[in-house]
Design a protein around this ligand. Structure first.
Ligand code: PMP
Ligand code: GLN
Length: 388
């Protein structure tokens, strides 16, 4: 009898398992817990949005779009960035529609990082960054955010010390997942000083750009010509329009950077589905949904924080994103992953351990909740958490 060989490929990402978001969503479903783990809304998007997509399909916008994205969508994106941040990107040469922010980030790294180049990563960091850097042949160099009573911040002196002749790019994320911190004018000044007189590029993950609270403004790097000149800006319609499953976003960058980006983009997706681009272009004509998003989520943040104010969970500041982190050290000394599992199983609320956003698992006694939920869902979770 012939035996068929079993092939086990040599892994390019030996240290990677299933993402924490998948693991915790599965546990939440199994335990019938309220899922405040993985970041996604549990409410419907504006019905006007899928209506535009349905109309685009019915009107036979069903063949390949241009590789860079439908022109009307790129024009709307350019207009929005100009209106909100004052930077005039050329819709033809400086904006590309991507299959979500995740593909945008991987493509930036594949296009710009050469084997052995160093990429500075600020931890805690969104989970796709490091595997994407490694797939590009890059070497991540880590700088940890620091936590004090004002929340998490980036120690810019340490970022400066981490820069070497091999540094190709800095990965930034503001508003920041998972900490909810946002860059302010001082951060921008420090960053500008550090990169001036270097060739270091920046990938600025701004997927939560329209969720910034308490009257603060989002410091998009596109606001600052000196930084915009070396930056790829990334955003995601999934976050802004409550459609995380659509996996559609964009990258904006100066033409020379975008030209390299597109060389890779055309071979890893070629293009992104046409009817959604046509529908989104039409929907973006009205700026109200993104301009009103911060106020919408600030109410949810405040409801969730008020509900936890008298619990034993210590609320960390939340200046942006739809994530609220809490210090649970008054409740338990379990490691974060164990605590998140216990909370899901015994209390009935799923959360994400912040340690999952560090390469060398760092235990701080902090978990992250997502408050992009119906008020009733948040109330249900709060009732359970108030037992703590
Ligand atoms: N970056 C950050 C910081 C995120 O939180 C997310 C959300 N999953 C992404 C990127 C990926 O966005 P998308 O779903 O559009 O790929
Ligand atoms: N960005 C989402 C979060 O941080 C999850 C995205 C995913 O499941 N990959 O929860």
């Amino acid at each position: 009898m012939t035996t068929i060989a079993r092939f086990v490929p040599k892994s390019k990402l030996p240290e990677v398992g299933t993402t924490i978001f998948t693991v915790m969503s599965a546990l939440a479903a199994e335990k019938k817990a309220v899922n405040l783990g993985q970041g996604f809304p549990d409410f419907a998007c504006d019905p006007a949005l899928p209506a535009t997509v349905a109309a685009a399909m019915a009107a036979d916008f069903n063949q390949y779009p241009p590789m860079t994205g439908m022109p009307q969508l790129r024009e709307q994106i350019a207009r929005k960035i100009l209106d909100v941040y004052g930077h005039d990107y050329d819709a033809n040469s400086e904006i590309t529609v991507t299959a979500g922010a995740t593909q945008g980030i991987l493509t930036i790294l594949l296009a710009s990082v050469h084997a052995g180049d160093e990429v500075i990563v600020i931890e805690p960091a969104y989970d796709s960054y490091v595997p994407s850097i490694r797939l590009a042949g890059g070497i991540p160099v880590f700088v940890s955010m620091e936590l004090d009573e004002n929340g998490y911040s980036i120690p810019w002196d340490k970022v400066k010390a981490a820069i070497s002749s091999k540094t190709r790019l800095i990965m930034l994320n503001s508003p920041h997942n998972p900490t909810g911190s946002v860059l302010n004018a001082d951060d921008i000044a420090a960053l500008t000083d550090i990169v001036r007189d270097t060739n270091v590029l920046i990938a600025s993950d701004e997927v939560y750009e329209h969720m910034v609270y308490d009257g603060q403004r989002h410091e998009s790097l596109s606001r600052y010509p000196e930084l915009a000149a070396r930056s790829y800006i990334i955003s995601s319609f999934g976050k802004t329009y409550h459609v995380t499953g659509w996996k559609i976003g964009y990258v904006a960058a100066p033409a020379a950077l975008m030209a390299e980006f597109r060389k890779v983009h055309q071979y890893n997706v070629f293009s992104v589905n046409t009817p959604m681009q046509v529908g989104l272009a039409q929907y973006m004509g009205n700026p109200a949904p993104y301009l009103e998003l911060s106020a919408f989520y600030q109410k949810k943040r405040d409801l969730f924080r008020a509900g936890l104010a008298n619990s034993s969970l210590r609320l960390l500041p939340c200046a942006g994103t739809y994530f609220q982190s809490v210090d649970y050290s008054a409740v338990s000394d379990m490691p974060e992953l164990d605590f998140a599992r216990w909370l899901t199983t015994e209390i009935g609320v799923a959360a994400i351990p912040v340690s999952a956003f560090y390469q060398q698992s760092k235990e701080s006694g902090i978990v992250r909740f997502c408050f992009a939920k119906q008020d009733a869902t948040l109330q249900n979770a709060l009732q359970r958490l108030q037992k703590l």
